[in-house]
Write a protein that binds this ligand. Structure first.
Ligand code: SF4
Length: 475
């Protein structure tokens, strides 16, 4: 059994893209470790970065080149102060020097040392090769593949030895939603309770609680920043941030407040009807994705492009639907949502370069629908139905970002995914599992089949759809 932890599905990082920013950043860090292991890091005088396939075609707009430089500089996307990013990039561009691993300066010219090769490597659509040269060392090159959600892999060769790592045993092993459901039914437990037991194999109980809340705090802070920041997003499309204005209108004239708790309390005090609920959910998701588009700190959920759906639905639950809810409900939601995402990762893909936007917004919507359904008292079967419904109505969704930027259609698409998630959870609660016709595993299979049939032009290449219909120059 392959267990993908909830914390691998919900990773703290930097925008705008998990596959095109976070993955390459992590690949650069891993490359540095390989140089260290070979004891050649201090000999390196030159590094070249080659981007392939989708990383090359939309890498400019997705800041892949910048992520590679930040990774090579030895920074960690989870902890780097956001304000320092521009300083590091500007220094490299001005001085043409890169502080390799934060240890020694080497010559580095972005214009010639990050190469956008348009061709695809056979193993995966997102390839990145780092090549290091220096005196007294053989040229060392290493290729990584960014497979979505910030995950990176290397292609296995015949010489690779089988893993010596001892197999980890989990109390509840499963590879499909059917098997997970069987555990829930046999133990008479919720999905989140089953997953909590599995996560305990990987970390201490107290750590699970604190890390889940750290993930949530990052999500909430991201929404808060987005709701309180106005202006134009970077990248040249001249996209105006909208969360600021929507948020201001929704809150109206209220006494000044500061901090996340006071913000939540201010929203809870507002009277809401159907249209206001729609606007709040929209506002939360736009806010997160506007922060993502401006290289801010976000949580991949399961990707950066779709980072707004889960925070928007959970904020809706906390700020509007259930004012008594707190840490317990937050953890329950994230555990359930996270493990549903892992089923998609294992059974299909969470990479837009492999499956289009159904793999990003579709999966995030399914995750959020599942989390909300459990909080609303849905049985494990109904939770699976909620995830299935949310994905069913995203099947075939293509990825065609204008100008290769994670802005149009991405930002609005998060609002749509969040609203669909709430609707799917509601519909699942009204469904008798005996009458459900499409099991979650079947929709995961269908999504993967659809991904394989989808024309490459619609898989994060900006070679079709809106990316072709709308000219950046007109924006
Ligand atoms: S269109 Fe969807 S999959 Fe493509 S970059 Fe935007 S959010 Fe990601």
């Amino acid at each position: 059994m392959e267990y993908v932890s909830v914390f691998e599905m919900l990773k703290i990082g930097v925008g705008p893209s998990s596959s095109h920013t976070l993955g390459p950043w992590r690949a650069a860090e891993t490359f540095l470790n390989e140089l260290r292991e070979r004891q050649i890091l201090e000999r390196v005088q030159k590094v070249q970065v080659d981007l392939y396939g989708s990383l090359s075609l939309t890498g400019k707009g997705h800041a892949t080149d910048l992520a590679a430089m930040l990774g090579l500089s030895g920074t960690d996307p989870e902890y780097i102060p956001i304000d320092s990013i521009a300083t590091i990039i500007n220094a490299i561009n001005q001085d043409k020097k890169l502080h390799l691993a934060g240890e020694c300066f080497i010559d580095f010219d972005l214009a010639t040392q990050v190469v956008f090769n348009r061709r695809f490597l056979p193993f995966h659509a997102n390839g990145i090769t780092f090549t290091a040269e220096g005196e007294g060392m053989e040229t060392y090159a290493s290729t990584f593949y960014s497979i979505g959600g910030g995950f990176i892999v290397k292609e296995k060769t015949e010489e690779d030895k089988p893993s010596q790592v001892e197999k980890v045993h989990f109390p509840y092993e499963f590879n499909s939603s059917k098997e997970l459901l069987a555990h829930c039914q046999r133990e008479d437990k919720k999905i989140s309770e089953i997953i909590f037991e599995d996560e305990k194999v990987l970390r201490e109980e107290a750590k699970i609680h604190s890390e889940l809340l750290r993930v949530w705090h990052t999500m909430q802070e991201c929404a808060y920043i987005g709701c309180h920041t106005e202006g134009i997003l970077p990248g040249g499309l001249n996209v105006r941030r909208r969360a600021y204005d929507i948020h201001k209108k929704l809150l109206g004239e209220i006494p000044a407040y500061e901090g996340l708790d006071a913000w939540l309390a201010a929203i809870r005090n507002k009277k809401v009807e159907f249209r206001e609920i729609l606007k709040w959910v929209t506002c939360f998701s736009l806010a997160v994705n506007e922060v993502n588009a401006s290289l801010g700190r976000v949580v991949t959920a399961p990707t950066n492009g779709s980072a707004g759906v889960i925070p928007a639905v959970l904020l809706y639950y906390l700020a509007i639907d259930n004012h008594q809810a707190g840490d317990k409900e937050i953890e329950q939601f994230l555990l359930t949502a996270g493990i549903i995402g892992s089923l998609f990762k294992k059974g299909a893909t969470i990479s837009a370069a492999m499956g289009g936007c159904q793999a990003e917004i579709g999966v995030s919507s399914a995750m959020a629908a599942a989390g909300l359904c459990e909080l609303w008292g849905g049985t494990p079967e109904q939770v699976m139905i909620a995830a299935e419904i949310a994905m069913e109505h995203h099947l075939g969704l293509t990825c065609d970002p204008i100008g290769g930027l994670v802005q149009i259609p991405c930002i609005e698409r998060n609002a749509m995914g969040a609203v669909k998630a709430i609707n799917a959870a509601e519909l699942a609660l009204e469904t008798d599992p005996k009458n459900a016709k499409v099991p979650l595993d079947k929709v995961i299979q269908t999504m993967w089949q659809t991904a394989q049939d989808m024309n490459t032009k619609y898989k994060e290449t900006s070679e079709a759809g809106l990316a072709v219909a709308v000219s950046v120059a007109d924006c």
